[in-house]
Design a protein around this ligand. Structure first.
Ligand SMILES: Cc1cc2nc3c(=O)[nH]c(=O)nc-3n(C[C@H](O)[C@H](O)[C@H](O)COP(=O)(O)OP(=O)(O)OC[C@H]3O[C@@H](n4cnc5c(N)ncnc54)[C@H](O)[C@@H]3O)c2cc1C
Ligand code: FES
Length: 566
């Protein structure tokens, strides 16, 4: 796996080093998630010790000194390239950023997965991360857009004799303001996933003082779901890495989290769980996400036939993979193929059966489809395309072509469908998703929806769309939180998603269900390309491989178009 895929792994998890350092660091690292390390908003002195341990491991792993000049000794403005200069303060890498006449010193790595901010894009007093487009305020370090949820460290900067010196760390920079006096008392969130967690976190970040109850049918606290088909499944990230926050966070933040709590109905001002508990609300957020489509063929109900949505699903796949030298993936979707890549990393023989001619052609077009297929084949994946599985008898799967394949593990990645039953039962307006307005309000006053279930008016495409992207779900959760507090913020983010196959990341900005032209800049096979999906000459979406800056620029351009069209 390449640098990006391993960024988290090398930073937070290197078995050799952990072994070497076991005595010194003891179990501290194991009981700690990297999100703790990044999140200064709740770091206690105990956690800080762990942070430093992890940072030390990071530096040892790289076996090098932090990059660039010592910024405490002063650097000349002429050393800046494109308004940025990477250096260090002690052992911490620090990025100097020039924005007009001002200079800011910020931590050099994104608090999401450690992306290199010196390769990011500065936009109106912010910097955007090249990897998954998180956005940070330069002045305060605040994480203003997901997927990063924790702020960056910031340092004092002094300009003297044409030199820039970095001084002490700055604290208490983020001014939140007070929630409106009309803020409700009780907010209930149904769903403990991307949107639900981001909403709860944003409510507390914005100093909402009322009660927050999060009801989740999951058996684990909110997790980094995209990781379940990537590093964690591949075995390159430990399970400690998967929770979005440690269990203690919810108590500390005053978020009442109820796991294994399925909400079965919504009445005027309370929800009812399957256990019969009633929870009252003033504002309600529905963030029930999506569920995998299940196979409906004979033999699909056997224990080794799996789908992947939750941590429990992922653990079960890992367990089964330990005794299965061969896996069969049904469906060449993003998740199916990420699972294929992860299982190859575990040295399992992988076969993919899918009805389409090329993987991912519907979303990314034929050329990327051919590339993805070749990439997986280079890693030993065997495709059976334009084919389907008609039955699974024990470990033997029969294909439509008549061929049989033996596999001890079968993973169906044949799509997901939004979990709408609750919203439907509550009488909310449904339109292939829960219909919401620009403020993410449903058809019922006081009830909001976000994430995979929400169909919203997308200002860029001018259409009502529903997508299944991690970052969109988080950003919608954040906007819904702000609006539930009584403010009025439109959801206007350009959709973004990423997918990772071995060491190849694919980034996608915008939304194009249909296009009449794909303009390819660069070379897909050389893993250096930007594809524009156009309809009637207008760029609806942009996919890229290792063209991170251009992907960010495309996002900004789409935002500008939206502003102009208002
Ligand atoms: C394995 C995997 C990998 C992925 N990788 C990527 C990626 O790389 N990039 C990307 O952009 N997207 C990725 N996605 C998609 C992304 O994770 C989803 O778009 C995102 O999680 C949607 O967030 P959500 O909050 O709407 O739903 P979820 O995160 O699914 O959360 C829904 C929550 O609602 C709970 N729930 C449902 N019904 C009820 C009920 N009635 N009562 C109580 N609780 C309920 C569920 O238990 C769950 O906690 C991936 C998805 C999966 C499964
Ligand atoms: S690493 Fe920065 S957004 Fe993911």
């Amino acid at each position: 796996m390449g640098d990006r895929a391993l960024a988290m792994g090398t930073f937070f998890f290197d078995e050799r080093l952990i072994d070497d350092e076991q005595g010194r660091i003891d179990n501290e690292v194991n009981a700690f998630t990297p999100h703790d390390c990044a999140d200064r908003s709740f770091v206690t002195s105990r956690l800080d010790v762990k942070c430093r341990c992890l940072m030390e491991l990071d530096f040892m792993t790289k076996e090098s000194q932090p990059s660039g000049p010592d910024l405490t000794s002063g650097v000349a403005l002429t050393q800046f390239v494109d308004g940025k200069l990477l250096g260090h303060v002690g052992e911490q890498e620090v990025l100097l950023v020039q924005d007009g006449s001002e200079i800011f010193a910020i931590a050099a790595h994104c608090t999401h997965y450690h992306g290199p901010l010196n390769e990011g894009l500065m936009v109106g007093g912010t910097i955007r991360c090249p990897w998954h487009h998180a956005c940070f305020d330069l002045r305060s370090g605040d994480a203003v857009r997901a997927p990063a949820l924790a702020p960056l460290d910031c340092w004092q900067v002094e300009k003297r004799d044409n030199l820039v010196f970095v001084r002490e760390k700055r604290v208490g920079l983020i001014q939140r303001g007070k929630p409106p006096t009309s803020a409700p008392e009780k907010i209930v969130i149904v769903g403990g996933g991307a949107a639900g967690f981001a909403a709860a976190e944003m409510l507390r970040r914005r100093e909402f003082r009322g009660s927050i109850v999060m009801l989740s049918s999951d058996s684990s606290a909110p997790v980094d779901r995209p990781n379940l088909s990537k590093d964690y499944l591949a075995g390159s990230a430990p399970e400690d890495w998967v929770p979005l926050r440690p269990d203690s966070y919810y108590n500390e933040a005053g978020i009442e989290l109820h796991l294994n709590s399925e909400v079965v109905s919504i009445n005027a001002r309370h929800v009812t769980t399957g256990k019969g508990d009633q929870v009252a609300f003033d504002r309600l957020l529905l963030a029930t996400g999506a569920e995998p489509v299940r196979l409906s063929i004979p033999g699909a109900d056997q224990p080794h036939v799996r789908t992947l949505r939750s941590l429990t699903d992922c653990r079960a796949i890992i367990d089964t993979s330990k005794t299965s030298p061969r896996a069969l993936i049904i469906g060449a979707s993003f998740i199916g193929l990420e699972v294929a890549a992860a299982l190859r990393a575990r040295d399992i023989e992988v076969h993919v059966v899918a009805p389409e001619k090329r993987p991912m052609e519907r979303i990314l077009g034929p050329d990327v489809g051919d590339f993805i297929r070749a990439l997986h084949e280079e890693h030993g994946v065997v495709f059976h395309l334009e084919n389907t599985v008609t039955a699974i008898d024990g470990q033997r799967a029969t294909l439509k072509s008549g061929r049989t394949l033996d596999a001890g593990l079968v993973v169906a990645g044949i799509g997901v469908r939004p979990r709408l039953a609750l919203a439907e039962k509550a009488g909310l307006v449904i339109d292939r998703g829960v219909q919401v307005n620009a403020f993410l309000e449903t058809s019922a006053t006081g009830i909001y929806a976000a994430g995979d279930i929400a169909r919203w008016p997308d200002p860029h495409s001018g259409e009502r769309i529903r997508v299944e992207h991690w970052v969109v779900a988080q950003r919608q959760g954040q906007t819904a939180a702000i609006n539930m507090m009584g403010m009025r913020e439109k959801f206007a983010a350009v959709p973004f998603f990423w997918s990772q196959h071995y060491d190849v990341p694919i980034n996608y900005v915008g939304h194009a269900e249909q296009w009449d032209e794909i303009a390819i800049d660069g070379n897909i096979r050389a893993r250096d390309c930007l594809l524009k999906y156009k309809r009637e000459g207008r760029v609806l979406a942009v996919a890229s491989i290792f063209r991170d800056l251009a992907s960010l620029q495309a996002e900004v351009q789409m935002e500008d178009e939206m502003i102009q069209s208002v």
